[in-house]
Design a protein around this ligand. Structure first.
Ligand SMILES: Nc1ncnc2c1ncn2[C@@H]1O[C@H](COP(=O)(O)OP(=O)(O)O)[C@@H](O)[C@H]1O
Ligand SMILES: [Mg+2]
Length: 262
């Protein structure tokens, strides 16, 4: 990581169910295992990253909503909770985050609220990972305004491939209008099932298509039921079953991510 902005990473894809949240929490977990200090910011009102990190939604005193909508009373630092794991902190989400869209609609500078809120935490963590909702909402735009780079998980499924061009347009629009420094870090193929032809075909296409080719991470996340089991118990798979495919793949991905490739 050369500069501070490069250490704020969005995990985004306008499509739902492609592995954004699983990638956000497991990359964070794998990086913390390597001794990095990591903050996950859950910017999805569905709060799956919050639950996936074992944080009880009934127990929250402040959330991402508060720091974005009430910055006068709640600073980002107030919303940070420690997870059970060393070096891994979270700013949790709650369903009320959906209301931020409506509340901020008439606010000047509405797309920079998260960026401003996060400023006091600059330099506190080695890496900040922002999980996003599955839509191009104001929340996602806030994430793109705040981030230095974007990781795009792409399910190895043909429809998922087709949806990427929309995301590329969005990133370009954000670069043009809001955050010229935003860059696409890479595309991570997820839920790869080696027994199915669609998985192989989609991976081939991602690796050959001129729009995606140079962005593909070498690591491929295999489809692994242990990942779903780990979500149920509120633990990243990296901590839940350390030798499962899911854990091994995300640890390999963390290594590749730190190497700065693709
Ligand atoms: N590699 C994988 N293998 C098996 N199941 C997965 C894998 N990655 C994600 N899942 C499951 O797929 C669902 C969607 O994943 P999630 O990360 O929540 O997607 P998103 O955040 O993009 O909506 C979840 O139930 C999750 O447990
Ligand atoms: Mg999600």
């Amino acid at each position: 990581m050369q500069d501070k902005s490069a250490a704020i990473i969005a995990v985004a894809n306008e499509k739902g169910g492609v592995g954004k949240t699983v990638t956000a929490i497991n990359l964070a977990a794998a990086l913390s295992l390597k001794g990095k200090t990591v903050l996950v910011v859950d910017m999805d009102p569905q709060a799956n990253a919050t639950r996936g990190l074992g944080v009880d939604l009934d127990d929250l005193h402040a959330t991402a909503y508060d720091m974005v909508c009430q910055p006068e009373t709640v600073a980002a630092g107030d919303a940070v909770v420690q997870t059970k794991w060393k070096g891994l902190d979270l700013i949790p989400a709650h369903v009320d985050l959906a209301g931020a869209e409506v509340e901020l609609v008439d606010v000047v500078g509405r797309e920079n609220r998260l960026k401003q809120a996060m400023e006091p935490l600059g330099g506190v963590y080695d890496i900040v990972i922002l999980d996003t909702p599955p839509s191009l909402s104001l929340l996602t735009v806030n994430v793109f305004a705040c981030a230095g780079s974007v990781i795009v998980p792409c399910q190895t499924h043909p429809y998922a491939f087709d949806a990427l061009s929309e995301l590329f347009d969005t990133i370009e629009a954000v670069q043009g209008e809001i955050n010229p420094d935003l860059r696409l870090s890479g595309i991570l193929a997820t839920m790869f099932d080696r027994r199915t032809r669609v998985s192989h075909n989609t991976l081939d296409r991602l690796r050959k298509d001129q729009r995606t080719q140079k962005f593909m991470y070498h690591t491929v996340i295999r489809s692994n039921t242990t990942i779903a089991d780990s979500a149920e118990v509120g633990k990243p798979v990296v901590f839940y079953r350390t030798t499962s495919f899911g854990a091994l793949d995300y640890k390999a991905f963390a290594d590749e991510f730190l190497s700065g490739k693709p």
